[in-house]
Design a protein around this ligand. Structure first.
Ligand SMILES: [Zn+2]
Length: 421
């Protein structure tokens, strides 16, 4: 028991996670305001947040002894910053990645003084009255589906997970993968339809856009999302994040390339967002969702892709082409509609419904602003079949099954023609 707190201390004070000096807002000792699933808000130094997250998981349930020992291991930081660390913070953050819980599990709301403490379940979200999914109404989809290949997805995942040692939002080269995604979007969509949305750390969000048929720049938006950053136990030096979430970004990129290559335009505009800093508390998507809300942008629906490459053989998917888990929260009507889309268009896939929970990925940022959202993945956070390399340096491209991930491109294209037509 005594060795773990000293490990915590070593991680927290070792400086291994240090941000470049120019990014003072995200230095080790900078204080972040984070909101936990109970909607409790707490101010903590980044070194404490990361020290707790990345240290080995203590035995559960935590005892008052282990809580106090963990707290004591950060005494040097707390005495400098004047912060205290609640039991809840230790419970939620300690060994988080060792416990294989999805996403950061909290929102960093430092930049958002207007986030209300009320429950996210109380958000009023209006879901459009989408037609019942019907492939016979969408012959335009058939030639697009013929362009879906496993090798395209694998190529993007290989680039993102091997050309950059890490994509952690506080790492020194955090900008490079975003610029590569921008270059790809730009080559298909044109530079005027590709934008960077800068963040308060040195990793921008990337936005690619296909205009509505009408050309109306204010047409409601049909939105695809996935996060470009990665993490691991050693995020400053090595975090391949092939499944989490290069796979989701790759699927989104393939969808945009195929839509544009097919000259597809809908009644609504289509945007693809690659988010920065998801693992830091949904940072990039929160900033963008907030700016869209402030600008009065109408989002007809958002489909988020999270970890879609890990596709093992299981007792329930033999004879199926893939496993698609549709997250059942936080907007039931969106999840129900997505389930119908997958059933109608990718009938060979095993369909599953799993709850994800507060702050599990970037769709929560848009939900938090009142937009209708849904997220699909291979497996959810509590599934025994969740990628065992998740949030480790073993989340590598060789472990993934791209012949099965193609189903997510098909499902995404089908969702687009259903909701953007
Ligand atoms: Zn993720």
């Amino acid at each position: 028991m005594l060795t773990v707190p000293s490990l915590l201390l070593a991680i927290a004070l070792g400086g291994a996670l240090g941000a470049p000096a120019s990014q003072s807002e995200f230095d080790d000792l900078s204080i972040r305001t984070i909101q936990f699933p109970s909607y409790h808000e707490e101010k903590l130094p980044l070194a404490v947040i990361e020290g707790l997250q990345f240290s080995p998981a203590l035995p559960r349930p935590l005892s008052s002894e282990s809580l106090n020992a963990a707290r004591a291991s950060f005494a040097n930081i707390s005495s400098v910053t004047g912060t205290s660390i609640s039991d809840e913070a230790i419970e939620e953050l300690q060994g988080r990645y060792g416990r294989r819980l999805w996403g950061p599990g909290y929102m960093d709301i430092t930049a958002d003084s207007e986030v209300e403490a009320r429950s996210l379940e109380e958000r009023q979200v209006t879901v459009p009255n989408f037609p019942t999914p019907d492939p016979s109404q969408h012959p335009e989809l058939t030639p697009m589906l013929a362009k879906v290949t496993a090798s395209e997805i694998k190529g993007y995942v290989t680039q993102l997970s091997t050309a950059y040692a890490t994509r952690y939002y506080r790492s020194t080269n955090a900008r490079a993968p975003a610029l590569w995604i921008q270059s790809q979007f730009s080559s298909w969509l044109g530079s005027s339809q590709t934008k960077l949305a800068e963040n308060s750390f040195d990793q921008p969000n990337v936005i690619g856009r296909i205009e509505a048929k009408s050309g109306d720049p204010n047409a409601p938006i049909v939105l695809l999302g996935a996060h470009l950053d990665s993490t691991s136990q050693t995020p400053s030096t090595k975090a391949p994040g092939a499944d989490d979430d290069a796979s989701g970004v790759a699927v989104m990129m393939a969808i945009m390339r195929i839509l544009k290559g097919s000259n597809y335009q809908g009644t609504y505009a289509i945007e693809a967002h690659a988010y920065a800093g998801e693992e830091g508390g949904l940072l990039g998507s929160q900033a963008l969702a907030k700016s869209y809300k402030a600008a009065g942008k109408n989002i007809r629906g958002m489909l988020d892709f999270e970890m879609v490459g890990w596709q093992p053989n299981t007792s329930t998917n033999s004879g199926k082409s893939s496993t698609i888990s549709i997250l059942s929260d936080p907007v039931t009507a969106m999840s129900t509609h997505m389930t119908s889309v997958v059933k109608a268009y990718v009938p060979t896939a095993e369909r599953r419904s799993v709850a994800c929970g507060y702050g599990c990925s970037d769709h929560y940022s848009f939900y938090n602003q009142g937009y209708p959202v849904v997220c699909i993945a291979s497996y959810g956070p509590n599934d025994s079949n969740l990628n065992p390399g998740y949030h480790t340096t073993n989340d590598t491209v060789d472990k993934l099954s791209f012949d099965r991930s193609v189903d997510f491109v098909k499902a995404g294209l089908a969702w687009i023609v259903e909701v953007a037509a």
